[in-house]
Design a protein around this ligand. Structure first.
Ligand code: KG4
Ligand code: ZN
Length: 416
């Protein structure tokens, strides 16, 4: 199943005897992050300034506030990353930055800062796709073995802005992507999975972002108490004889979100939601354990059933895709990959199918800059540098798109 293959370029690797140090910057949504990563493998520092407290009162990311906070945070965050790594600007071999997809104003802060730094220091600049960063977070967490052992991986990137399946292949001719070829084989047609978590949590009067709240409360409810069926988009995945290149695995999460709303209406949960919202907002730093005594069995059952439905849908399509496309390993990343039920159920299914599976650590699952540094390293080796007129691209796609739909995370969680 696994093959041994030479690293991308041993000779190119040796060009950086000083350490192959990349300063990476990430500002695509509501986290300002900077990291120093050595040779794409060792994290010397990873600083994340979260804006959760700023956006929480709105129940979602407010783009203008996000840009303003990035402007405020970018200099101290980069400084902290360099200090923690014990590295000076002259020691760096390159500057990497997320160029998209994401919020335009938020991306621009990171891109403009990285460009200025690269220009002033005369260092190479590398533009990284945020989704590519999430995929490399798994490789970073698992080490070089994984990076080089599998010729065909299936990556599920599941976050607040994205629900994408990629077939990832090693391809030495793809210089600009550092020897990786990405083919998008599935995407959400409406909400991203994390967005559904955030919106359902908001509807139920829980905190923001909603994923960790639902994750923590779900084990206290009965996941079979509400029968949700997720919208199944017609797909060509299983017609016998269909070439692999035509397999598609679309997702849709807006239906289950509406089903939760209907349940709330039919069972008139509004008064108890309002009581919960008020009680939690009166607390200084409310956490899911504060919400538990404020949720009755019906609400906990609703939460558990919602999570089970979303996780099972993600699991079913990911494993269908892995089988249909002949993947040798499944990689799962993005904020929702931090979900405990998702990790348990994916791991159990992988065991059943005798298929390796890998997740990043929880800290590397959500947005961070170390993953951008990891994705930038093979690009640096391959000479895939960005021009100094690099600009932010809010809808930047990764690889060939199956559906062509790159959801803009502009109002992640902020709309019903
Ligand atoms: O990757 P990320 O930090 O940012 C984006 O690129 O979107 O993902 C954030 C998303 C949010 O929607 C958040 O609710 C969700 O990931 N999330 C979770 C968990 N932790 C974060 N969803 C379910 N369970 C979790 N434990
Ligand atoms: Zn992300």
């Amino acid at each position: 199943m696994s093959q041994s293959r030479p690293p991308l370029s041993k000779a190119a690797d040796r060009r950086y005897p000083g350490g192959g140090l990349i300063l990476a910057i990430e500002s695509s949504c509501d986290e300002t992050a900077a990291a120093v990563v050595e040779r794409g493998r060792r994290i010397l520092s990873s600083i994340v300034a979260s804006q959760i407290a700023i956006h929480a009162p709105y129940g979602g990311v407010v783009p203008e506030l996000a840009s303003r906070e990035h402007l405020r945070n970018i200099v101290p965050v980069v400084r902290a990353a360099l200090d923690k790594a014990g590295v000076g600007l002259p020691d760096l071999d390159a500057i990497a930055v997320t160029e998209g997809p994401g919020l335009a104003g938020a991306l621009l802060v990171g891109v403009a800062y990285a460009k200025s730094l690269a220009f002033a220091l005369g260092k190479p600049l590398i533009g990284v796709n945020h989704l590519q960063g999430h995929i490399h977070a798994v490789l970073l967490a698992q080490g070089e073995t994984l990076n080089e052992s599998y010729a065909r991986s299936l990556a599920l990137v599941v976050s607040g802005g994205h629900t994408h399946l990629y077939l990832v292949r090693r391809d030495m001719t793809r210089e600009e992507d550092g020897g990786f070829h990405y083919r998008n084989v599935g995407a959400t047609l409406d909400d991203a999975a994390g967005e559904a978590f955030d919106k359902v949590a908001k509807l139920l009067g829980l905190g923001y972002p909603g994923g960790p709240w639902i994750d923590a409360l779900a084990p206290h409810g009965d996941p079979s108490s509400v029968a949700f069926t997720l919208t199944q988009v017609k797909q060509k995945a299983h017609r016998p004889g269909l070439p692999r290149s035509e397999h598609r695995f679309p997702f849709s999460f807006s239906g289950v979100k509406t089903a939760v709303l209907r349940f709330v209406q039919i069972h008139d949960l509004y008064p108890s939601i309002e009581r919960r919202r008020e009680a939690l907002s009166a607390l200084d730093m409310a956490s899911p354990s504060d919400a538990l005594p404020l949720c009755d069995a019906k609400t906990l059952g609703l939460i558990a059933s919602f999570q089970r439905a979303v996780v099972d849908d993600l699991k079913r399509k990911t494993f269908q895709a892995a089988e249909a496309l002949g993947a040798e390993i499944i990689l799962v990343s993005g904020g929702v990959a931090a979900n405990r039920e998702l990790r348990e159920r994916f791991t159990a299914e992988a065991k059943r199918c005798n298929l390796p599976i890998a997740f990043p650590s929880v800290a590397l699952s959500t947005d961070n800059a170390a993953m951008i540094g990891a994705a930038a390293w093979p690009k640096l080796l391959a000479g895939g540098l960005a021009p100094l007129d690099l600009t932010a691209d809010p809808r930047l796609a990764l690889g060939g798109a199956a559906s062509g739909h790159v959801p803009a995370p502009a109002l992640k969680g902020a709309t019903p």
